[in-house]
Write a protein that binds this ligand. Structure first.
Ligand SMILES: *Cc1c(COP(=O)(O)O)cnc(C)c1O
Length: 395
């Protein structure tokens, strides 16, 4: 349980110490409580706990001390009223939507979504009578049209994967709130450090903690941050009874990940900008996409809502799939992997991996051509990453 008398600290301090709840052993580092259940002194104590009269741990599907420390640390960083951790990013996305929707409701979502998020809003929700409207996230007229009364929730991702398009968060949140819709933002690409959706008007923020929060490619995890009321009335009942809970072990890894998040994300951004600037000067590349490049089509909006560009750089090679595959296969340092947020640089060909399920028409519409590659720039020396890219481009 957190001590409400502690002063408030700056974000980097909260990342190291926020949520720390020491046991009677006075350990320095956060304890790992590998337990599924808890015991009661008396039958009366068990009864009181189940009646909700004694706020304590009852069962790890509902809550666990290590998971609780992770939730509290992330909550302090995000500046949210409440946080619940989940077993993966997709569990967070699904729970954040499912806990508030019912048959007959309508969801408005941006078209450029992470593949599994796209599947949830276009395939799973409609099976339960939820209607989905997809819009081009950068087109406010489409949002305005779709956000007529009756829209219950908005789901969007900015910057988008893999083309790094930016959605105007304050503008979309205003339109959504006029229609009484709840705005859920998937903030994975920005990480909790570079963009603050709640301050920009969103109601719910979701993360795949698998990405930058773990940051070392070790485990899956996720989180949902929102108001106390949303968490208490919608999320907790849904999660308690459906069980997308985070394991204490993974929570412990993610807690330790948060301690170095600021250091790592700062370096990811420096390296990514360096690499993106380098790619812009190379022959054989049609376009390089990175939020803080002067050439980004929405540079002004980036400036308004993000404090830096993140770890992902996407670029389009001249020559389509053959050229892209030859390039990927010639890399020696950068690994071919569809993951991101890792300390290692990872690269993927979205058209044949993360976005292969989309129709050709949808991929064309989203600008995911056969020559497009998505690079997550890791924590290696940026010069080595650039050398690897230059060598492979010449292959
Ligand atoms: C990875 C990712 C997810 C899903 O997270 P998992 O932890 O893999 O379940 C959702 N949204 C975005 C933007 C992601 O990058």
């Amino acid at each position: 349980m957190t001590d409400t008398n502690t002063p408030t600290y700056r974000p980097q301090t909260e990342l190291v110490r926020g949520g720390l709840a020491r046991s009677a052993f006075a350990e320095t580092s956060e304890a790992l409580y590998m337990t599924s259940g808890y015991v009661y002194e008396t039958a009366e104590a068990a009864e009181a706990a189940f009646k909700g009269k004694d706020p304590r741990y009852i069962y790890s599907r509902y809550g666990n001390p290590t998971v609780g420390m992770f939730e509290e640390r992330l909550r302090l960083l995000e500046g949210a009223e409440a946080c619940r951790a989940t077993s993966s990013g997709m569990a967070a996305v699904f729970a954040s939507l499912m806990c508030q929707l019912k048959a007959g409701d309508r969801v408005v979502a941006s078209r450029a979504l992470f593949g599994s998020c796209h599947y949830i809003v276009t395939e799973i929700l409609p099976r339960y009578g939820v209607v989905t409207t997809l819009v081009d996230g950068t087109d406010l007229d489409q949002w305005r049209d779709a956000l007529k009364p009756g829209a219950k929730a908005v789901f969007l991702e900015t910057p988008s994967n893999p083309t790094l398009e930016i959605i105007d968060l304050p503008a979309v949140c205003d339109l959504a709130h006029e229609a009484d819709a709840t705005v859920v933002v998937d903030n994975v690409f920005a990480s909790p450090l570079l963009q603050k959706p709640l301050e920009l008007g969103a109601d719910v923020v979701v993360y795949s903690a698998t990405k930058h929060i773990d940051g070392q490619g070790r485990c899956l995890g996720g989180a949902i941050l929102a108001s106390e009321a949303f968490v208490k009335d919608n999320l907790v009942p849904f999660m308690r009874h459906t069980g997308p809970s985070l394991s204490p072990f993974n929570a412990w890894l993610l807690l330790k990940g948060l301690e170095t998040l600021d250091l790592r994300v700062t370096r990811h951004c420096q390296n990514a900008f360096d690499v993106a600037s380098h790619l812009e000067t190379r022959n054989g590349i049609i376009r390089t996409l990175y939020p803080t490049l002067a050439s980004h089509p929405q540079r002004a909006l980036v400036e308004k809502q993000m404090s830096d560009g993140g770890s992902v750089v996407s670029f389009e090679l001249d020559g389509g799939k053959d050229r892209a595959f030859r390039f990927l296969n010639a890399l020696k340092l950068i690994d071919i992997s569809n993951n991101l947020g890792d300390s290692k640089s990872l690269i993927t060909h979205p058209a044949t991996t993360t976005h292969q399920r989309l129709s050709q028409e949808d991929r064309d519409h989203l600008g995911i051509g056969d020559g497009l590659v998505r690079l997550h720039v890791g924590l290696e020396d940026a010069e080595d990453v650039k050398d690897d890219l230059t060598r492979a481009l010449a292959a």
